[in-house]
Design a protein around this ligand. Structure first.
Ligand SMILES: [Zn+2]
Length: 231
């Protein structure tokens, strides 16, 4: 089906709910491209071609099997509606923003090519209930003057900020499938940008005591700006 699948709303993660509520096998049944994190916030998840990788806080990627657990992941059964190229030197987010026909639709994104000035991050494993905004202070960042690989992720409309990261959210996996992370910034040298529009969103609501008793009415927008966008 042409739909994004979310294993939980991002607000639960912001609140420090890092218990895995779905397995990688569950996630891969819903889509073959996407991103997320792992139980106890143990690194960044990259889903590409129906396989899943875990990027640890040293930036090292390793493939995980279907039993790995996640508190938050977003995937889609990817099929490119459009494939475009942009001029060398274009900022990655600017390139995506310039290609989407409307900011009010969800898009799955796959960008394959060579990037310059790439900065990505990963996070160390956490105790439960540490607010995500605190965790962001411990993030490790990694710089690649030049890197070949794939960026996978989503464009999410601003009005969905309590369920997914608004705007452009991309995770990187290098061509050797050995390094990666959550994209903070970078430019395109030469790459093809494939977009799929997603007019539906399926979201699971975890049936855990933590989720059922959490106060999820917070305004996530300011915190997400700190956590997901800055280096
Ligand atoms: Zn991310």
């Amino acid at each position: 089906m042409r739909a994004a699948y979310l294993s939980a709303p991002i607000n639960a993660l912001l609140d420090g709910l890092y218990e895995g509520t779905a397995t990688v096998a569950d996630i891969l049944r819903e889509g073959d491209l996407g991103l997320g994190t792992f139980e106890d916030l143990d690194g960044e998840m990259v889903v590409l071609d129906g396989r899943a990788w875990q990027v640890d806080n040293h930036g090292q990627a390793r493939e995980v099997d279907g039993t790995a657990r996640t508190p938050f992941a977003c995937v889609a059964p990817f099929h490119a509606d459009t494939i475009d190229q942009v001029p060398t030197g274009t900022g990655i987010e600017d390139a995506v923003t310039g290609l989407i026909p409307s900011p009010n639709m969800l898009y799955a994104i796959r960008i394959q090519g060579v990037f310059e000035g790439l900065r990505v991050r990963s996070v160390p494993r956490q105790e439960a209930y540490t607010p995500l905004v605190e965790v962001a202070k411990q993030q490790a960042t990694f710089d690649f003057p030049e890197a070949e690989g794939t960026l996978c992720g989503f464009w999410t409309p601003a009005f969905l900020h309590s369920v997914a990261v608004p705007g452009c959210h991309l995770h990187f996996l290098d061509a050797a499938r050995e390094r990666g992370g959550h994209l903070l910034s970078g430019r395109i040298r030469v790459a093809s940008i494939a977009l799929m529009h997603l007019p539906r969103l399926n979201m699971a609501l975890p049936m855990t005591l933590d989720f059922l008793t959490a106060d999820l009415g917070r305004d996530s927008q300011a915190e997400l700006g700190v956590i997901e966008k800055e280096g």
